[in-house]
Design a protein. Structure first.
Length: 381
């Protein structure tokens, strides 16, 4: 099971490290290894959230996520995305941006750093909406009840999460964005840029998340109708029509997963520049890390880990909320990537520990109930 799920990740790791050694020697080998660990540590919460969505999809779409999705994640977000950012912000054509990335790495790093406010605002708003929609939703299992119970009641107010997200964006544009951090320690007024990028992130979430949610609801309705048709077909002997809606639902959920992964990758791509400004090494290291995140996602689904440790998904969403805040703060202040990674690890570790305690308490209660029942039977009661 482990080799089947992580086999491609192991293979990509070996190929990536060998390629790095040939490209730049042992120093490049070490940089790629560090970048891979950085990506995994920053994106573990991404894997948990992805697993919560992926477990609703068929084995076929899980395979698509692990194959086509990896190509998008590795080559799209970890290689093409930084080049596109430079091309858009510096108003260069893509070919010039690629040449700049390969020939003038210092200027390339400067342009990406200067584009960080726009990247952080877009990704921060997208992630913040994910967290808010989760925390305002009424759910049977609650982790931090003293927080989640009152917030679930507030969540009955229409469009509350959108209003809070827009207020957060407005406050960010009037505070952090006014003195946005730029290359070399300088600061610039990026209020308008942050506002536009943040609204774009919000719109992206509402479109992609809305479509995936719509088709997921339709899929549930279709499954109910399909069950009724199966019963009818069994009675009458007629053939029931084939269902095609599942493909549409799965496609939009897949699209939602890719946009979610893109938002998570922002901090990894930006943080990678603290280690190297070589686009080749960056793509190799972050690509290896992305492979493990995807393999871990599939592993969590196939092992049923989220069903066994019910608070993990809560911890991951709290980590998403923390990451959204951190992205907004980094518009003005630099925050070490170690801190960003540790916040997610601590929250998920805490939720895992809480899940274990819950499971132990349930097992103990069931064992005690079984023991009492045996005592009553043996005493003839």
């Amino acid at each position: 099971m482990l080799l089947k799920t992580f086999g491609w990740s192991f293979a990509v790791t070996a190929l990536g490290l060998v390629a790095a050694a040939f490209y730049g020697g042992w120093e490049a080998f070490g940089i790629v290894a560090i970048l891979a660990v950085l990506e995994i540590s920053l994106s573990f919460d991404n894997a948990v959230v992805n697993a919560g969505i992926l477990k609703k999809m068929s084995a076929f779409w899980q395979k698509i996520f692990l194959t086509v999705g990896v190509l998008i994640a590795v080559f799209g977000m970890r290689l093409v995305f930084p080049v596109v950012i430079v091309a858009v912000t510096a108003k260069k054509n893509p070919i010039d941006a690629v040449n700049l990335a390969l020939t003038d790495k210092d200027q390339y790093q400067q342009l990406v750093t200067d584009a960080h406010p726009a990247i952080a605002a877009f990704g921060g708003m997208f992630l913040l909406m994910i967290f808010l929609d989760f925390i305002f939703e009424e759910r049977d299992i609650q982790w931090l009840r003293w927080i989640e119970r009152p917030l679930a009641k507030l969540g009955k107010v229409d469009m509350l999460s959108v209003c809070i997200a827009l207020i957060a964006l407005l406050v960010t544009s009037m505070t952090f964005a006014v003195h946005a951090h730029q290359h070399g320690g300088a600061h610039a007024d990026k209020a308008q840029t942050v506002l536009i990028s943040g609204i774009a992130g919000l719109i992206t979430y509402m479109i992609v998340g809305g479509l995936s949610g719509y088709f997921e609801d339709k899929l549930e309705e279709e499954e109910e109708r399909e069950h009724e048709e199966e019963e009818e077909a069994a009675r009458t002997g007629k053939q029931r029509p084939a269902v095609v809606l599942a493909g549409q639902a799965a496609f939009f959920m897949f699209l939602y997963l890719e946009v979610l992964d893109a938002s998570f990758s922002f901090d990894g791509v930006i943080g990678a520049f603290a280690i190297t400004n070589d686009i080749v090494l960056m793509a190799l290291g972050l690509g290896i890390g992305a492979m493990y995140v995807r393999s871990l996602t599939v592993y969590l689904v196939r092992q049923g880990t989220l069903d066994d440790y019910v608070y993990l998904e809560h911890g991951a969403h709290y980590a998403i909320g923390a990451l959204a805040v951190i992205l907004m703060v980094t518009i003005q202040y630099q925050i070490n990537e170690v801190i960003t990674g540790l916040v997610g690890v601590v929250l998920i570790g805490w939720s895992f520990w809480s899940s274990v305690r819950r499971n132990n308490a349930i097992a103990e209660a069931e064992g005690k109930a079984g023991s009492d029942e045996k005592t009553e039977v043996s005493s003839g009661v």
